[in-house]
Design a protein around this ligand. Sequence first.
Ligand code: 5RP
Length: 229
Amino acid sequence: MSQKMKIVAAKEAIKYVKNNMKLGLGTGSTVDEFLKLLSVEVKNGLNILGVVTSEKTKVLSESLRIPLTTLSDVKDLDLTIDGADEVDPDLSLIKGGGGALLREKIIAYNSKELIIIADKTKLVSKLGDFMIPVEVSPYEHEATSSRIMQKLDEIGYNGSIKLRQYEGDIFVTDGGNFIYDISIGLVGEPYIIEQLLNSIPGVFENGLFINLTTKVIIGNENAVDVIER
Ligand code: 5RP
């Protein structure tokens, strides 16, 4: 069911892709649907260049023959299409369920437009049900995790923190880092939390995306809702 909604959202997003665009390509199962549609357009003559946000997206894009480049080659991007784990009414997001948050935020920051595609289960009135991913340096990461919880506690947020695992081992990001997932309940001030987390040495980035999204396309069973700033 949610797969169908992801395809509906991806189909709408393809309408925003124009010839000669430089495109940021996000990560996740919803973006995978978008990539499949994009490859059909490319086969039919659409001229675009993509910059990927993960090794997973790179592998799929290459297999679909989507032409790729790098941000350093093209300098900036016209549009990025990405997914999200939670979207609130201000278009603030939690991302990083797939572990690509650092590269996704770099690409979003360097893109004129960020369109998020998601099935309707991702829409929430307040962020925070989904755990907030925090990408950290492996070096002394336990100390970094203690500081994260201490700093959050100092501003009145407490909860739990968990080092992300994958198949019995520590999950390692494409950049060779670790991820801690934090649960602190619903987040009233996502901007403050985003800044606080990123101020702690050892933290590279966190999954709160604030003031980056220009449009959200929510896929329902047969139609979309488009939410704009
Ligand atoms: C990866 C992400 C994804 O965009 C997010 O997890 C949504 O994934 P999906 O489309 O599979 O639900 O942030 O880091």
